[in-house]
Design a protein around this ligand. Structure first.
Ligand code: NAP
Length: 297
């Protein structure tokens, strides 16, 4: 097992929110971190904020738009890496308003959160396999655990509702993470797939990191009651960071906050209910292959 200082990690959506703190914490542990971001300016701002707290942080950025499936291979090529120790599939969209589609005709939430990472992992796997013990770390959500997938309509074309589409996309991501690990194990791969979720992580409970995130004194005061059950994004990043760095973590595990799955230090959670449904996971995998035209393993 390589030490943190020997690792190179890609964090999607590393320019903001939980992904920013995943990048900051990994850089603080000595890892070399690549921020995947659809905005060069936001990625630069995030790298500046990290460097102000972690002198000598080893950081790079790569432009990456997960909603543009055809562009993802170019983003992977632009990494110019021979190997990659881990990818944190963190970027996510929680939209409101009417249903929106990508240029490829996919529903935007499902495309960004699930299909984009499905395609990204396809192109990253050779790099991860070239590392001593590569890891795919997928960020799910507690709302995904109770979502109901409609595999006859994975793109919510018939009955779109933003929060339901989000919850379904997070369930699809988690099922993908577990199915990926089963397939990697079956093929004798050295790469492990781990699923994590951040609990409930609010901006108002998140410490400031100007210019990436600024919390006012008023927001901080108003968020105090919520802090009893939820947490900030700095804490929400810890399950993903543990999934990357903890040598005791193995493929197929689920990591989330220890207090009711909403806040607190990361712990290994049991994988149960529909998260353990291998038939459903295989159906999600097959639908994802159909929709993207690629198959990671
Ligand atoms: N916060 C919570 O309580 C919570 C709970 C459960 C799960 N999660 C999951 O945790 C992850 C991070 O959430 P968050 O709260 O940190 O969200 P956030 O603050 O809204 O940050 C989302 C990140 O994803 C990026 N992104 C969105 N669409 C993208 C695209 N098409 N291509 C590339 N990057 C894209 C955003 O980039 P831009 O800055 O360019 O928009 C941003 O960096 C998500 O997967 C979310 O589902 C969060």
């Amino acid at each position: 097992m390589t030490t943190a200082a020997e690792k190179t990690v890609l964090v999607t959506g590393g320019n903001a929110g939980i992904g920013y703190f995943v990048a900051e914490q990994l850089a603080g542990a000595g890892a070399s971190v690549v921020l995947g971001s659809r905005s060069d300016a936001k990625a630069e701002a995030a790298m500046g904020a990290i460097r102000s707290r972690v002198p000598g942080a080893r950081l790079r950025r790569v432009r990456m738009d997960l909603a543009d499936l055809a562009s993802i291979k170019s983003s992977v090529d632009a990494l110019e890496l021979d190997s990659l120790d881990a990818v944190v599939c963190n970027a996510g969209a929680l939209l409101d308003g009417p249903r929106r589609q990508t240029a490829d005709g996919h529903e935007l939430t499902f495309a960004t959160n699930h299909l984009g990472h499905f395609v990204l992992v396809r192109w990253l796997l050779p790099l991860l396999a070239a590392a001593p013990a590569g890891r795919v770390v997928t960020t799910g959500s507690f709302v995904g655990k109770s979502a109901q997938l409609d595999l006859a309509d994975p793109q919510s074309a018939r009955d779109y509702e933003p929060k339901r589409a989000y919850a379904r996309s997070k369930l699809a991501q988690m099922l993908f993470g577990f199915e990926l690990d089963r397939r990697l194990r079956a093929g004798g791969s050295t790469v492990a797939s781990v699923v994590n979720h951040p609990g409930g992580a609010l901006d108002s409970l998140t410490p400031s990191r100007p210019p990436v995130h600024v919390r006012t004194a008023g927001q901080r005061a108003r968020s105090l009651p919520a802090g009893l059950v939820l947490q900030g994004k700095e804490a929400g990043a810890r399950p993903a960071v543990r999934a990357v760095l903890d040598p005791a973590v193995t493929g197929g595990q689920l990591i989330g906050p220890r207090m009711f799955g909403l806040r607190g230090r990361p712990r290994i959670e049991p994988v149960r209910g529909q998260l353990a449904d291998t038939t459903l996971a295989a159906q999600v995998w097959a639908a994802s292959v159909d929709l993207t035209g690629v198959e990671p393993v």
